[in-house]
Design a protein around this ligand. Structure first.
Ligand code: BGC
Length: 500
């Protein structure tokens, strides 16, 4: 028997690599990626419009695959959660709600009190009980009931749910991605570029935490502000809605998604009054993607500068905003008085870290805005099917960095590998868990849980189904789930709460 009561240093000496008591072991999934394939589709969001748009398909922004060929979690949830709980021996699951399913119709008619600061930024949204009743009248009751059934099923399989409020799709009534792509001025449905999306998101957060709070104690507000902003407003391929290439929109989106975290945080804290577990009633955090960046050529000062700049823009910026109220809108790495917005600091009980890979940064030196003047060197070492450079040590580095700088408990909310041939996943999992263990035991980082991305193969956004992250492979026709080689490995680790 493993003795979990020994102090951590003694366990290290004894080489019993045991994780802290109560550690959460799970997998992460998201609504748009996993739900469709069987049963009612969710066809009222920007992402739905985006992946079906003929122009996007023909120019290669998206693959042409449809989420309608997905794994069908909407119907198969109980079977999948049984796999997570009973087969994988996990004690938690991270899942997301689809905003467009909950509110297929606009919620703008529910008038709430919105406070703005002197620069026009929303900084407080106040709802009353009546507003929640009005929202109830607009919500799709069947969809909300289905989410309740999913959460109840999670509990019945021994899984503490971690609920993500926003894992990317926005209802079409708030974001018309095709109109924005073609001419932003032609529409007022501008998604995260418009602060009205922040207000409607506050309503979603209030409503969901009120309606589902008796089943949920752990919340993620926004999944990865940086990825939403970068892939929607910065990359050359333009693969995420609305596919633009404009540094100032990138920063606007980053800013607004960070403010959205704050207003959602306040709503969940106010409206979830029920504890569903000893963690209750609500522990609320932001999920940030933190990657390891380094200069492609460490002897080239331009690469060195650019790597530091990208690290700042991509890893640090969103955390400085949420934790310090620093909104450095010109990216000069100095916070002018008008960029310091302490009233936007609302709290963040933990930091969710999504870590995948190392990126070697090159300065292209074409003289344009630095945000458009970088590129990543092609992966040359240990590469995933995505061409991402596998670098387990980076996980320990980002955890140590984030904890030393922001001093919050951490959950690793995503970590996984694209591996169609099932040749990398087991090694990836083991090596990253080694580094996670080192971060906890040697660096003292208070990591409370780990979620592998992802439970089963799903719809990998603009790249569709060719990319497979799942611990279980899914047959697109029959929907049959088949375990990969990493399943018994993860099961053993979760079951013993430690590394063999
Ligand atoms: C996202 C997931 C995505 C994964 C792999 C993360 O950035 O949260 O939705 O599937 O990366 O690309």
């Amino acid at each position: 028997m493993l003795n979990r009561r020994k102090p951590i240093y003694l366990r290290c000496i004894l080489l019993e690599r045991v994780f802290p008591d109560g550690f959460l072991w799970g997998t992460a999934i998201s609504s748009f990626q996993a739900e469709m394939g069987v049963g009612e589709p969710s066809d009222g969001t920007d992402w739905w419009a985006w992946v079906h748009d003929e122009t996007n398909i023909s120019v290669g922004r998206v693959s042409g695959d449809t989420p309608l060929d997905g794994p069908g979690f909407w119907e198969h949830y109980d079977e999948d959660l049984r796999l997570a709980g009973e087969d994988l021996k996990n004690n938690s699951i991270r899942l997301a709600v689809d905003w467009g399913r909950v509110f297929p119709e606009p919620t703008e008619s529910v008038e709430v009190d919105v406070k703005r600061d002197r620069w026009g930024n929303v900084w407080k949204v106040e709802l009353e009980e009546d507003d929640l009743d009005a929202l109830d009248g607009l919500a799709d009751g069947d969809a909300v009931d289905r989410y309740r059934m999913i959460l109840e099923s999670a509990h019945s399989h021994g899984l503490t749910p971690m609920l993500t409020l926003h894992h990317w799709p926005i209802p079409l009534w708030l974001h018309d991605p095709i109109a924005c792509r073609d001419d932003m001025d032609s529409t007022d449905k501008r998604g995260w570029i418009s602060q009205s999306t922040i207000v409607e998101f506050a309503k979603l957060a209030a409503y969901l935490s009120h309606r589902l709070g008796d089943l949920v104690d752990l919340y993620c507000t926004v999944n990865e502000p940086r990825i939403i902003s970068e892939h929607g407003y910065l990359t050359r391929r333009g693969e995420f809605p609305p596919g633009l290439n404009d540094p100032s929109l990138f920063l606007t989106c980053l800013k607004h998604t960070c403010i959205a975290h704050g207003v959602a945080y306040e709503q969940v804290k106010r409206w979830d009054r029920h504890g569903a577990s000893p963690l209750g009633p609500s522990t609320v955090g932001l999920v940030a993607v933190l990657q390891h960046y380094e200069p492609a050529d460490p002897g080239n000062p331009d690469d060195v500068w650019m790597s530091q700049y990208i690290d700042y823009a991509f890893n640090e910026w969103n955390l400085n905003a949420v934790f310090h109220g620093d909104y450095d809108m010109n990216l000069d790495q100095l916070v002018e008085p008008s960029e310091h917005l302490p009233h936007q600091i609302k709290g963040c009980d933990y930091l969710g870290v999504n870590y995948y890979a190392r990126w070697r940064v090159r300065h292209r030196n074409t003289g344009v805005d630095p945000l458009l003047d970088y590129e990543f060197a092609p992966c040359s070492g240990d590469c995933s099917d995505y061409g991402w450079d596998i670098h387990p040590e980076g996980l320990r580095d980002v955890l140590r960095w984030a904890y030393r700088r922001y001093r919050r408990p951490i959950y690793v909310t995503e970590n996984g590998v694209a591996d169609r041939g099932d040749r990398l996943r087991t090694r990836y999992l083991r090596s990253h868990l080694d580094e996670l263990y080192n971060a906890i035991s040697l660096d003292g980082v208070p990591v409370r849980g780990y979620y592998y991305w992802t439970l089963m193969d799903n719809f990998e956004w603009s790249d569709g189904y060719k990319i497979r992250f799942g611990l279980y492979n899914v047959d697109r026709e029959t929907k049959k789930r088949t375990p990969t080689k990493a399943v018994p490995v993860y099961r053993e680790i979760a079951e013993r709460n430690g590394l063999p």
